[in-house]
Design a protein around this ligand. Structure first.
Ligand code: BG6
Length: 466
């Protein structure tokens, strides 16, 4: 039996992609709340203020703020052992730097956490997932050193408040998105210089390390992970120059994980900074901070793989659909053009586990697809079942054949949610359908797709039914 007893099966969401209620009960505006829907071929726009003529998908999202009890009951029915979700900094500290936390924000997360626990579901909390408070703009968002301690203070409130109830934490969702989607990652402009992005990333590394140390001091049971946006790449050809180009590409992403696992910048990154005249905003004592805050486990999202080589282009643009200038002719593509590569997940698990020798967890994986109802109003999403099944079979091989220590698997978007890249909901990931369209029209009713019963059985049999 490949999947070990206690394997953490579940699903993953983020606050801004499901909650809605963006200005309710004292919540402040976050960077996510300023992003419009991508429409008519144009990407999401980031506005300076809320423009009443534009549509902002996070403002209502799927109204989880109202439907949370029903949603978590459905997750329990699926048999979740773990539920990964994020807490919104702007519910707890509406501006990020308020004197006191907002009790109503904590009350909301009390309800989520307690409900999960009442169903025997382990909460796994992401402390920041793409939603830096707009109130931190005056510091330059994550470019400002002040934000490090403001984040640590926010995290400390969570760690103390949920002590003994939440044991699994992730500091930043996909920290390596600072290179690809800096606005989502930390309020940094899309055309920011490399120097500015590296400065903001430096502050996130420091903040994360401080939180890891604090979490361990507060409760030895706390386990804190890093979360890597799974960029893994194959060389375009065996030409040594293509292999070297791929290695160079991989380092642009992997250095984030190297720092959070090993507690220091790798020499290859320091050499690159020297060449590019990038200077880190280092203060005395920072090296010790990084060294003292290494993570307990490595988590990652996995949707696709890249092909790279000596002429890799555009590597620093886009969320997951990175334009590298190469394509993989062996893979079928999703409705959104993402190459479907189950075997790549085994490759990813091996790469991370044998690079770091820390437990690994897949905290996002899934198929964003158009779902159509049949004449009876049912959704037969056999394509989603097939996608998930093929990926999970590769997880099984990584455990069984390769000996990788895999802690768990949380499917992305167990309930349909707002896509991060486009803001649309018609890129559906869920086992649970939400009756709403891209512009917020609909009943918001929850309905089970065929994949619901399928995943329920996978969990109930600990993967034996795959
Ligand atoms: C991950 C993010 O990169 O990709 C999620 O952590 C996001 O927030 C997911 O939703 C899938 O991307 P998209 O654009 O399909 O939502």
């Amino acid at each position: 039996m490949a999947f070990p007893a206690g394997f953490l099966w579940g699903g993953a969401t983020s606050a801004e992609q499901i909650e809605g209620a963006y200005d309710v009960d004292g919540k402040g505006l976050s960077t996510a709340d300023m992003m419009t829907l991508a429409e008519n071929g144009a990407p999401r726009e980031i506005t300076d203020a809320i423009d009443s003529d534009k549509f902002y998908p996070t403002h209502d999202a799927i109204k989880h703020y109202e439907h949370y009890a029903e949603d978590i009951a459905l997750f329990a029915e699926l048999g979740f052992k773990v539920y990964r979700f994020s807490m919104a900094w702007t519910r707890v500290f509406p501006n990020g730097d308020d004197a006191k936390p907002n009790q109503k924000g904590l009350d909301f997360y009390d309800k989520i956490v307690d409900l999960c626990l009442s169903y025997g579901i382990e909460p796994l909390v992401t402390i920041q997932h793409f939603d830096t408070p707009m109130g931190l703009e005056k510091y330059g968002f994550w470019q400002g050193r002040e934000v490090v301690d403001l984040f640590v203070r926010y995290a400390e409130v969570l760690l103390r408040h949920f002590d003994g109830r939440v044991r699994y934490w992730l500091t930043f969702n996909e920290i390596n998105n600072m290179s690809t989607m800096p606005w989502n990652a930390g309020g940094i402009s899309l055309d920011a210089s490399e120097n500015d992005k590296m400065q903001a990333a430096y502050h996130q590394f420091l903040a994360s390390a401080k939180v890891v140390k604090l979490a361990h001091e507060l409760n030895a049971e706390n386990k804190v992970g890093m979360m890597y946006n799974g960029h893994f790449s194959y060389p375009n050809s065996p030409d040594p120059a293509d292999v070297q180009g791929t290695e160079d590409f991989q380092k642009l992403m992997m250095f984030y994980a190297d720092i959070q696992v090993r507690g220091k910048y790798p020499n290859y990154k320091l050499k690159e900074f020297e060449r590019k005249h990038i200077v880190l905003p280092e203060h005395p004592g920072d090296k010790e901070v990084l060294a003292a805050g290494t993570v307990d486990f490595v988590s990652f999202s996995y949707y696709l793989t890249h092909v790279t080589g000596q002429k890799t282009q555009g590597i620093l643009k886009g969320l997951n659909g990175l334009e590298t200038g190469y394509t993989n002719p062996y893979l079928k593509k999703s409705d959104w053009g993402w190459g479907i590569n189950p075997q790549g997940l085994r490759f990813a698990l091996n790469t991370l586990y044998y690079r770091y020798e820390k437990p690994v967890m897949i905290v996002e994986n899934g198929l964003g697809a158009y779902d159509e109802k049949d004449a009876n109003g049912q959704i037969h999403d056999d394509y989603r079942i097939d996608y998930l099944k093929q990926h999970l079979l590769e997880v099984e091989k990584a455990i069984e054949l390769d000996g990788v220590d895999v802690m768990g698997y949380t499917a992305w978007g167990p309930i349909d949610l707002i896509a991060a890249s486009s803001g649309s909901i018609d890129k559906r990931y869920g086992f649970i359908y939400v009756d709403v369209d891209n512009h917020g029209n609909g009943t918001y009713q929850r309905e089970k797709k065929d994949s619901f019963a399928w995943y329920q059985r996978v969990i109930a049999t600990n993967g034996r039914s795959l």
